[in-house]
Ligand binder design. Structure first.
Ligand code: FES
Length: 82
């Protein structure tokens, strides 16, 4: 599986191709809030609590449904996200 290098909150990290931003961030110790993974909540990708900013994209993207990409620059805690 190919490795992708990206930046989350100015921290250079690696993730596996096909992994989501949420998993890659979690593996790197970067917390992103979620509701979709709580017991009893079944619709993944619906709560929008995991939204992040990705450089080059004007829309906020859900970390749980966005795959990592080479060179991606991600912010998880900005005034816009708050
Ligand atoms: S965790 Fe709910 S939309 Fe991502």
């Amino acid at each position: 599986m190919a490795v992708k290098t990206l930046t989350i909150n100015d921290q250079l990290i690696s993730g596996r191709s096909g992994e989501t931003l949420l998993k890659t961030a979690k593996d790197a110790g970067i917390g992103i809030p979620t509701l979709c993974y709580l017991e009893g909540v079944s619709t993944v990708g619906a709560c929008r609590l995991c939204l992040v900013e990705v450089e080059g994209t004007s829309k906020l993207l859900p970390a749980c449904a966005t795959p990592v990409a080479e060179g991606m620059v991600v912010l998880t805690n900005t005034a816009r996200l708050q």
